[in-house]
Write a protein that binds this ligand. Structure first.
Ligand code: GDP
Length: 296
């Protein structure tokens, strides 16, 4: 499904393989390879590393025996780092709920992702409660309410303009009292100043943890915003300890290489990828499957 949905799936792979299969791997060819990788949002440093590895391997393994595709596949998988822990931590300790705090800039797909996560958890027979801790926009809570109905999960919400931390507190308290498996908290993503964001998210996290530890802080990032989105994401990762990334809109005009750049810049694994607007359009991230989709 990743292969069908991934924007530009195969284009990068075809371009790279075309170049790598040339009889003469001269400087112009390597430059063209570098341009393709940079154009795919992989980022400067990872691109240089990859080109260096490819140069060495294509040289050492010789033109006759080197299978460009398998060399490229192996090196791309290495770059995406298959060793990272990509499990979503949804289970709490001592009978308390697991708590997933979902953060990110407005418009990146936060609320949609919360709805889709609920769908996945429900399908695994877990009991789920959603918290609409974005109290600044009435539409945000309504939207989460709609998702709750769609996936059959209750939504805890507070008064418009109320304290986001108090909604999060109420939801987790209810989760503890009712023996709910996982509480997923949707937060506001106003990128006001860094201090304001830090105060707000810090408080939300603190009040939750009075009752049950936050097991996952998921940062939602819109893949189509490329390097710009990364800068904003970085601000979030500086104010709260992010444990995983949900990379949305990979079905749009995104360039897949952003996966590599995000992990490098934030030092956190991509755990989920958004592949559309529907309830089932969220998939766990798998390095090998992703590289195969990139290569087409
Ligand atoms: P929020 O402001 O961060 O909560 O963002 P929303 O959840 O409201 O999403 C913003 C828009 O992005 C909506 O129109 C969603 O349907 C859309 N969206 C979210 N995730 C994806 C995705 O993976 N693929 C596509 N194509 N659209 C998405």
């Amino acid at each position: 499904r990743l292969r069908q949905r991934l924007a530009g799936s195969g284009t990068l792979g075809r371009g790279l393989l075309g170049l790598l299969s040339r009889d003469q791997l001269d400087e112009d060819t390597w430059e063209a390879i570098e341009d393709l990788l940079l154009g795919a949002d992989i980022g400067v440093q990872p691109t240089q590393e990859l080109v260096e590895r490819l140069r060495t391997r294509m040289r050492v393994e010789g033109d006759a025996t080197a299978d460009a595709r398998s060399v490229l596949r192996e090196e791309l998988i290495n770059l995406v780092d298959p060793a990272m822990d990509r499990a979503l931590h949804v289970t709490g300790a001592d009978g308390n709920p697991g708590v997933i705090l979902v953060v990110g800039v407005n418009g990146t797909g936060k609320t949609t992702t919360v709805g889709k996560i609920a769908r996945i958890l429900v399908a695994e027979d877990r009991s789920v409660l959603l918290a609409a801790a974005d109290t600044f926009r009435a539409a945000a809570a309504d939207q989460l309410g709609t998702w709750g109905e769609r996936v059959g999960v209750e939504v805890v919400r507070g008064p418009e303009g109320g304290d986001p931390a108090s909604v999060a507190f109420d939801a987790v308290k209810e989760g503890v009292d009712r023996g709910i498996d996982t509480v997923v908290v949707d937060t506001a993503g106003r990128l006001q100043n860094k201090q304001g964001l830090m105060d707000e998210l810090g408080k939300v996290k603190r009040v939750i943890e009075k009752q049950s530890p936050v097991t996952e802080v998921l940062l939602v990032l819109d893949a189509t915003t490329g390097q710009n989105g990364l800068i904003q994401a970085k601000v979030f990762s500086e104010v709260v300890d992010v444990t995983g990334i949900a990379l949305t809109k990979l079905d749009g005009s995104a360039k897949g290489g952003i996966v590599v750049a995000v992990q490098r810049q934030l030092g956190v694994p991509v755990k989920l990828v958004g592949l559309g607007e529907g309830p089932d359009d969220l998939a766990p991230f798998d390095a090998a499957a992703f590289v195969d989709a990139l290569l087409g």
